[in-house]
Design a binder for this molecule. Structure first.
Ligand code: ATP
Ligand code: MG
Length: 662
């Protein structure tokens, strides 16, 4: 079986969904945008840059004289925080809600643009009082509370690049990121609420700052969130409510060069050691603003937007902070987990705030599928008009479930492909234009040039697969890996001359639509056939008994690689049912038969192991490389960005060591 046939199999039902007529008629973007951008890509981006308010308008769009080090809008000057906050107040929208904050315990705060302007100004003044100067790095280690957004904007306002570290990371992970970015200030909190109880953050900062390499941190600015007991260093630690609250609530923003560094953010670490990605000012804000407007069809006067990502990964940066706020959106910010105090918490929030646009990850959608259709059905979700997905390939099964159970079988689902490195969405349907196909990210956005190439770098014809590459620079592209230009060149620009190598496998279907097939590192070679993990996982998840699946290729003497599948069964509650040992013979045969029917006999997993949980990164992605380590009886690789290391212990301890026979 070729992979092309298997794709055809997955596509056999030919499910397509036209945009709702009403949405299409009033959409922010029409098909004409593709033509305009196709005719003159740089003119198109120059026009999008005018969405922003510049102190000095750029005259040059792209400087590509030293590839792959791009400069966008290089002679322009602007302030990012001014664009995200002040200009909306100046335009008369000071009373518009910027943030509906929902704490996990049920406490709420409503922050208008006028209040946000005061909060950001005070925080900027506080950072200046702490001696933070333009160019100094600030580490931010906070839960999902408004101060996280305020801190990021305060840094942007004074030109101090931030490095947000996910609040769930360990002291070690925090210390290496503080050291790598050479941060001088850390902003944190006593803790945050998670799963019904206060969860401390400050102790991890205290511990991190005992590590070598972090000596240059002068101050720790601490938000009081939970009120829990917190150890204190009088010389170094400062309470937010003591320092920030007494600051003047006005601050005059200074304009910075378009290429001034805005932030450093480390990748999720799904495929290895995280990379410190550097984003700059003008191009980044142009593309996050444009894509948020285009892909979510945002109508700032009427929409209520909610992105469930954490602020600690790129989706939180681009689609909680910079994209939506630059567009003057009203958004929801939720602190906690989806199942506290009950599994309908998200849907309760959608109902409460009348959320119209929801952006989340396939892992969350599959978890909701596992909990069952009855839970969202209890809530009024009729306000929703657009649903988005990001982070991993979304299985057609999960896509359909999302649209049907959350989107009343009418809302468009936009599957958005992008990376920390790309800074903003790159490949996606447009809700008012594209006829969507479940499981496919489909089309490069206007102004974006992406294609699929083979090993030799030749573009593949429709109906074939290979590697995803970006063939032209784009405004929100990473500028380098922080402090390591060589790694930037090696990782992204050396595989295919002159093109950006994303590291993802992809296919073009007969219509030329792009389907993401998972990491190139994860592609399996079984008896001489390339098989994508995504396809086998999608086939497994399409079986009614399977909620989630992670597939890896383990070295095998006879076939090269043997397919090993770890599955979570649907609606299964007890430990017994998820024993970690190979599944009972009946179920194994049933699932193998199902995969064979969907994809062909060669894609049949050799082993199928039910597990209670899969190892995931903090951003919710399955870490297949760890499962591969387990399947091949190796020591585990880097686990620092894993959500819960006990998951791996559980899987390892229960995994029978002998390889079962076919
Ligand atoms: P690391 O680079 O450290 O291994 P990571 O790649 O998981 O971590 P991110 O930048 O958060 O870090 O994730 C980007 C990757 O996520 C993409 O390269 C792709 O593999 C996957 N991805 C994101 N969105 C989609 C999508 N809509 N469809 C398919 N894959 C996606
Ligand atoms: Mg990556």
């Amino acid at each position: 079986m070729s992979t092309n046939e298997s794709l055809a199999n997955l596509l056999k039902e030919e499910r397509r969904f036209a945009p709702p007529a009403e949405l299409a008629a009033a959409a922010n973007i029409t098909a004409a945008a593709y033509e305009q951008a196709g005719a003159d890509r740089l003119a198109f981006w120059a026009a999008q840059a005018r969405r922003l308010t510049w102190e000095t308008e750029p005259t040059e769009t792209l400087d590509w004289s030293n590839p792959p080090f791009a400069k966008w809008f290089t002679d322009g000057k602007l302030n990012v925080a001014y664009n995200c906050v002040d200009r909306h107040v100046e335009a008369g929208h000071g009373d518009r809600v910027a943030i509906h904050f929902e704490g996990e315990p049920g406490d709420t705060r409503t922050i208008t643009y006028a209040e946000l302007q005061r909060e950001v100004s005070k925080a900027a003044n506080a950072l200046i009082e702490l001696g933070v100067r333009t160019g100094d790095r600030v580490a931010i280690y906070l839960p999902m509370i408004p101060e996280a957004i305020v801190s990021m904007l305060a840094c942007a306002r004074i030109g101090a690049p931030h490095s947000v570290v996910f609040g769930g990371f360990s002291a070690d992970a925090l210390a290496t990121r503080i050291e790598d970015a050479d941060a001088r200030i850390v902003i944190t909190s006593d803790g945050g609420f998670r799963r019904d109880k206060p969860s401390a953050l400050k102790p991890a900062v205290d511990e991190a700052l005992t590590r070598p390499g972090t000596e240059k941190v002068r101050n720790v600015l601490v938000v009081r969130r939970t009120g829990q007991e917190t150890s204190w260093d009088d010389e170094r630690d400062v309470w937010w409510h003591e320092l920030v609250d007494r600051q003047p609530d006005t601050h005059t923003p200074e304009a910075f060069d378009a290429e001034h560094p805005l932030y450093i953010l480390y990748t999720s670490g799904t495929t290895g050691k995280p990379k410190g990605i550097l984003h700059t000012t003008g191009g980044y804000l142009t593309q996050t603003s444009y894509t948020h407007h285009a892909v979510f069809d945002l109508k700032p006067e009427t929409d209520v937007y909610w992105c469930t990502a954490d602020i600690g990964w790129v989706t939180g940066h681009s689609y909680i902070v910079y994209g939506p706020l630059s567009n003057g959106a009203t958004e929801v910010l939720y602190e906690g987990t989806p199942d506290t105090p009950h599994q309908g918490r998200w849907w309760e929030i959608v109902q409460k705030y009348r959320v119209t646009i929801l952006y989340t990850a396939p892992t969350a959608i599959r978890t909701c599928m596992k909990w069952g259709d009855a839970i969202p059905a209890k809530f009024d979700l009729s306000s929703l008009r657009i649903l988005g997905s990001v982070g991993e390939p979304i299985n057609p099964e999960a896509w359909i479930w999302y649209r049907k159970n959350i989107g009343a079988d009418t809302t468009p689902v936009v599957d958005t492909w992008w990376q920390t490195e790309t800074g903003a969405i790159m490949i996606t349907p447009l809700p008012g234009v594209t006829e969507t196909k479940p499981g496919s990210a489909q089309t490069p956005l206007p102004g974006i040039c992406a294609t699929v190439v083979n090993d030799e770098g030749t573009e593949v014809p429709n109906g074939s697969g290979g590697y995803l590459v970006l063939t032209e620079p784009w405004p929100s592209m990473l500028r380098t890996i922080w402090g390591d230009d060589q790694r930037y060149l090696d990782t992204y620009w050396s595989r295919f001359e002159g093109r950006y190598f994303a590291g993802d496998g992809a296919k073009k279907d007969e219509d030329g639509d792009i389907w993401l097939l998972g990491r190139v590192d994860d592609v399996m070679l079984v008896s001489g056939h390339n098989i994508s993990t995504t396809e086998v996982e999608s086939a497994l998840v399409s079986h009614p008994k399977v909620a989630e699946a992670a597939v890896v290729g383990a070295t095998d003497a006879t076939t090269g690689q043997a397919i090993c599948a770890f599955i979570i069964l649907r609606g299964c509650a007890s430990e017994e049912e998820t024993s970690g040992a190979d599944a009972p013979g009946g179920l194994v045969e049933e699932l193998r038969g199902h995969v064979a029917k969907e994809l062909g006999p060669i894609a049949k997993p050799k082993r199928i192991l039910p597990v209670a949980e899969l190892p995931k990164t903090r951003s919710g992605k399955i870490m297949r490389r760890l499962l591969r380590d387990v399947a091949e009886n190796r020591a585990l690789g880097d686990v620092t960005t894993l959500t819960d290391s006990s998951v791996m212990e559980l899987i390892q301890s229960k995994l029978p060591t002998a390889t079962s026979e076919d």
